[in-house]
Design a protein around this ligand. Structure first.
Ligand code: PGA
Length: 259
């Protein structure tokens, strides 16, 4: 696990975008795993900026998103399908038919999740997975208590996630946040060949501490990433503030990245 600590989220997002863009340039048929939430918004802006200014093209790329709320149509203002279309897909040359988001309106949720797993496998697996982290240490919607071997399935959101997401996306109305979601499992996520996790702000400091330096436990599902051999954690100074070895991580990653 490499922890990159930048002064600001702008700086961290730019560096992460350069890493994603280099991977796309190197493998135009890349299979991306993508995340939603407030955290990757700047990353997606930077990826689009780089694609416009360079030869980086997503024409042959494919993507699978981490999760979607149960009960929301892809056209719903707060659906993750809509988020992706607005924040990334409409700004790069990826073909919409090659982008995949779980269907929160599927009649048979179990079948939807099993089919999603099959699709990812058939595509050769995720080459590069983008992640955020919840204030409770979740990745995708793998809340505390999720098995670290879990696969894509229907999950129940914790009150803290409902609160976090209401604040950001549902005009503060907790009652409007769906209580269930379809989510890739921790076991699905850690199979990605490369992982980039972004975390910003002091509200994520405990989660980052648990992810990087805590025990590997179901109670902070991001901690499973400690066992991945190509995982990059991009932090700002606030989210990295509780890390015991932060000076060492900052020096090591800057040396590796040639910063
Ligand atoms: P956020 O959510 O980016 O909106 O903070 C992250 C997450 O819950 O994974």
């Amino acid at each position: 696990m490499e922890v990159v600590i930048c002064k600001t989220k702008q700086e961290a997002s730019k560096l992460a975008a350069e890493m994603v863009s280099a991977a796309v340039l190197n493998n135009p048929k890349i299979v991306l795993g993508l995340a939603t939430g407030s955290t990757p918004v700047l990353l997606y802006k930077e990826m689009a900026k780089i694609a416009k200014a360079t030869k980086v093209s997503y024409k042959q790329a494919k993507s699978w998103n981490l999760d979607e709320y149960v009960g929301l149509a892809g056209t719903h203002e707060q659906s993750y399908r809509r988020f992706m279309n607005e924040n990334l897909f409409s700004h790069i040359d990826i073909q919409i038919k090659n982008t995949h988001v779980l269907n929160g309106l599927a009649k048979n949720l179990e079948r939807e999740c099993a089919a999603y797993e099959k699709q990812i496998k058939a595509a050769g697996g995720i080459d590069l997975q983008v992640l955020g982290i919840g204030s409770d240490g979740h990745i995708a919607f793998n809340e505390p208590g999720s098995s670290l071997k879990s696969r894509t399935r229907c999950v129940y959101l914790t009150p803290s996630t409902i609160k976090d997401n209401a604040r950001l996306f549902f005009k503060g109305k907790e009652s409007e946040v769906p209580t269930r979601a379809l989510s890739m499992g921790v076991g699905t996520i850690v199979e990605a060949k490369k992982i980039i996790l972004l975390a910003f702000g002091k509200g994520k400091a405990d989660a980052v501490k648990g992810c990087v330096e805590g025990p590997v436990t179901q109670f902070c599902t991001a901690s499973a990433l400690q066992e991945h051999n190509d995982c990059w954690i991009f932090c700002d100074e606030e989210s990295a503030s509780k890390l015991k070895l932060k000076k060492y991580y900052a020096w090591r990653s800057a040396t590796i990245l040639g910063l």
